[in-house]
Design a protein around this ligand. Structure first.
Ligand SMILES: [Zn+2]
Length: 323
């Protein structure tokens, strides 16, 4: 099985980055990842303010996927995530949502064993998830610490083994990079870190021609998550709502208004993270609300962003598979 080592990493997802490996559709690849601190924290005396921030948030890769071109969806099926035997969590003055109230830099080293993360007397279930996962953007360069339409630091706890992530490809080969695994993290990631841990991530990559989603879209056993990252959480929550309603409009081939009402009854709009440079919200759509495959309702990134109403887009008259 192809493996990309953790020393093959980037600190930004850039339109012009060069792949370190290439895979074919349906190939399984292992990404070995450093923790988000770049392995700089070795004891509880190592505090956030003393870290070299140029070494924070390495993402392993990028991996080119044969056949992925702009307008396609890169499909990432997350098969397995194995973590190291301990993680770190830290905060301090100015960090996270309540940075004004945190007076001391505090670092915790957290043992991970037998499926739990130990915190004082507590055993928190170890639920490994991927914090940073993304592709080369359409232009320019985004530091791995931020998130946008290309993915990046979405810090969404459901990006975990068993889930499938659909990312919009903007460049030849898509160029996938993965890092920042957490063994535990709640919605919000409020203190600025999860349980940051080195890991081995096994994914199967695939390509769906012409189905680039407008925003990264995650499929789990029972729900679809549309992941929107914008400068404020307010903007992200509103755009996630809009994208969730539009997804249901397509998936059910119904009117905007009926999709809007159904969303109000059965869709959850939630926070993924509140602490990165762009904030991430998620529209959570239960799969029992529609009949077709999730992949059939992904499409048309540029079009969907630029045209104001579903009626003007006239999507109902068009075939599902388009470029
Ligand atoms: Zn992290």
């Amino acid at each position: 099985m192809k493996s990309i080592r953790s020393n093959q990493h980037v600190y930004a997802l850039s339109a012009d980055m060069k792949p370190v490996a290439t895979a074919v559709p349906r190939e399984t690849v292992i990404f070995e990842t450093c923790d988000a601190l770049g392995g700089q924290v070795h004891s509880e005396q190592d505090v956030l303010s003393e870290l070299d921030f140029d070494r924070v948030n390495p993402a392993t890769g990028p991996l080119a996927v044969d056949g992925a071109e702009p307008g396609d969806a890169l499909v990432v099926r997350i098969r397995r995530i194995d973590t190291a035997d301990h993680g770190v969590a830290l905060t301090g003055p100015g960090m996270g949502v309540l940075g004004d109230e945190a007076l001391r830099h505090t670092t915790r080293i957290l043992p991970i064993e037998d499926g739990v993360v130990r915190f004082d007397e507590l055993c928190l279930p170890s639920k490994p998830m991927i914090g940073v996962i993304g592709v080369a953007p359409s232009e320019g360069s985004h530091p791995t610490g931020t998130a946008h339409r290309h993915g990046g630091n979405m810090d969404t706890q459901e990006i975990a083994a068993g889930a499938t992530l659909y990312l919009p490809a903007f460049q030849h080969g898509a160029l996938l990079a993965i890092g920042d695994v957490h063994a535990a993290m709640g919605d919000g990631e409020v203190c600025i870190t999860g349980c940051e841990v080195a890991a081995s991530v096994v994914v199967e990559v695939d390509v769906l021609k012409g189905r680039a989603p407008t925003w990264p879209t995650l499929e789990t056993e029972d729900a679809v998550y549309i992941l929107v990252s914008l400068p404020t959480i307010g903007e992200a929550l509103v755009e996630a709502t809009r994208q969730g309603v539009r997804f249901l409009e397509r998936a059910r081939r119904t009117s905007f208004e009926d999709a809007y009402i159904l969303s109000s009854l059965a869709m959850n709009v939630r926070v993924s993270q509140l602490v990165d440079p762009n904030k991430t919200a998620k529209a959570v759509i239960p799969k029992h609300l529609f009949a077709g495959a999730v992949s059939e309702s992904l499409w048309g990134a540029e079009e969907d962003l630029n045209v104001s109403s579903a009626i003007e887009r006239g999507w109902k008259d068009r075939p599902v598979v388009r470029r």
